[in-house]
Design a protein around this ligand. Structure first.
Ligand code: ADP
Ligand code: GLC
Length: 482
């Protein structure tokens, strides 16, 4: 019998996406299903999810729960992979358009503790078999703090021996709420249970998951080591160290059915490592769309990112003079912190011929930017895995990254030695300072002018395989070990 796995998460590509989590939640279950595992997904019923699933039918109705008078659990299929997905239809909690976590004012919804506790609670009651008597998961795999109470509710039921895995996609978001909210959530909170949930006088969904899940992992081997140190641990490093061999790092993969310039329908021309002409077409088209001179010789840098300090976006602003000194062009797509957005807006207004900024989220445009650019900047202060540098490799766009987390695990610097060895696939710098980034930009522009050298590095990245197959094997081994 195939092993039954339930993935629990707040977002999924292409229905609802705020970042890499959605890409992973779409691709990993599909890769596991391709290995023969019986894989289903549980999602909150945000409008985009309810509208995007097909063949939806009602399974069971219950309530009141977590402030919702009535909750309907439905089962449907994901349009792309065809995988079965449970969706929690609780209009009072979830029928809100836009970002799943934030209201229109940009602040967390004040009832987020209930909205995401319900997600974990439903996962636990699917595990008991009470909500769907035809399918009971053997492993519940929860992603990030939003699903962090799934392992907690499961652990609080002594009759349940469902295996639980919790994946940290970003430890910075710890799911913190006032401690007295626990009464709303039906959580036991005395003795050991209290110390598991409490983080400096607050309730933490993340901490609770780290304590209660049978296994914890994160999305790259380097980040798994980094989060055991005070610099990257957000106060949870001691707890993470204590989990010892029950904490691991498994690198994310790429869904090449979405991210491949050979088949990408968003591009004006397709291309591959052996036929690069299409990339030149993509670059010229992008340059003209942005109002830049159509010059092959001008290195075109791109940013496709949340515009936050985590992503090192202030370093990019500080390195603009170096870019301009090289006659380079820069295109930015993203949104985030007000100050950083303002910085980019001002740069675009000052240098319209070489800096273009698109504040917002646009999936198709992000593909065209990736294909049309020469270098993708990912100068993160911390990066659990990072997906855009992996996408960039396949698109022949050389990633320039800071040596941290998953970026350090996937990008090999174009040093003379690595070029000789044939391993170089991008550019790496160490210090989280504009000066360090600027220096690497200057060097990379010189390398850009050496055509044959550039082609060699580009080719190496384009031919690398970061598909999910290997990582799915590792996840399956993790499930089987528990
Ligand atoms: P994170 O999840 O920390 O934001 P990742 O690199 O793991 O970083 O994933 C980011 C995902 O979001 C990628 O799929 C990237 O292409 C996408 N993305 C980021 N910003 C935008 C944007 N403004 N428009 C479209 N896609 C974006
Ligand atoms: C988080 C991390 C990012 C990672 C993504 C998917 O958003 O910030 O590094 O790639 O999750 O795991």
């Amino acid at each position: 019998m195939a092993l039954r796995i339930l993935h629990v998460a707040a977002e999924i590509y292409p229905l609802l996406k705020t970042g890499g989590l959605a890409d992973v939640v779409a691709a990993l279950p599909a890769a596991l299903a391709a290995r023969g595992l019986d894989t289903r997904i549980l999602l909150p019923g945000l409008p985009a999810v309810l509208n995007g699933l097909v063949d939806l039918r009602r399974l069971i109705r219950f309530g009141p729960a977590f402030g919702a008078a009535i909750v309907t659990l439905r089962l449907g299929r994901l349009p792309e992979s065809g995988l079965l997905a449970y969706v929690i239809d609780a209009p009072f909690l979830y029928r809100r358009d836009g970002n799943p976590y934030l209201g229109p004012d940009g602040r967390d919804w004040s009832d987020n503790h209930r909205r995401f506790a319900l997600l974990g609670w439903v996962a636990a009651h699917l595990a008991t078999g009470e909500l769907d008597r035809h399918w009971q998961p053997e492993v519940v795999h929860a992603h990030d703090w939003h699903a962090g109470l799934a392992p907690t509710y499961i652990a609080q039921n002594p009759a349940l021996n469902t295996a639980t895995v919790f994946t940290i996609h970003n430890l910075a978001f710890r799911g913190l709420f006032p401690l007295d909210h626990h009464t709303d959530l039906g959580l036991l909170i005395s003795g050991a249970a209290q110390s598991a949930l409490e983080f400096h006088g607050q309730l933490s969904f993340m901490k609770s998951a780290l304590v209660h899940a049978k296994r914890v992992n994160t999305v790259s081997p380097s980040y798994a080591r980094e989060i055991c140190t005070p610099e990257f641990g957000w106060g949870l490093e001691g707890l993470l160290r204590d989990r010892g061999s029950h904490l691991s790092g498994i690198l994310n993969g790429v869904d090449y059915s979405v991210w491949d310039p050979v088949t990408d329908t968003a591009l004006p021309a397709s291309y591959s490592a052996d036929h690069l002409h299409g990339k030149e077409v993509c670059k010229h088209k992008l340059q003209s769309t942005l109002g830049f001179a159509q010059r092959s010789q001008a290195p075109l840098f791109a940013v496709i990112s949340r515009l936050t300090a985590q992503k090192g976006m202030d370093l990019v602003l500080g390195a603009l003079p170096a870019l301009r000194a090289e006659g380079a062009q820069l295109v930015v797509i993203g949104s985030g912190e007000a100050e950083i957005e303002a910085g980019f807006r001002a740069a675009a207004a000052t240098y319209p011929d070489s800096v273009s900024v698109h504040l917002g989220y646009d999936e198709a445009l992000s593909h065209r930017i990736l294909a049309g650019s020469d270098i993708l900047l990912v100068p993160s202060r911390f990066e659990p895995c990072g997906l855009t540098q992996l996408y960039a490799l396949r698109y022949g766009t050389l990633p320039m990254v800071r040596r941290v987390g998953g970026l350090a695990d996937t990008v090999i610097d174009a040093t003379a030695e690595n070029i000789k060895l044939g391993t170089a696939n991008g550019f790496v710098f160490n210090d989280a300072r504009s000066r360090a980034l600027a220096a690497r930009i200057t060097e990379a522009c010189a390398q850009f002018r050496e055509h044959a050298l550039w082609r060699k590095i580009q080719r190496r990245g384009m031919l690398q395989d970061f598909s999910w197959a290997d990582s799915a094997v590792r996840y399956e081994a993790l499930y089987r070990s528990i």
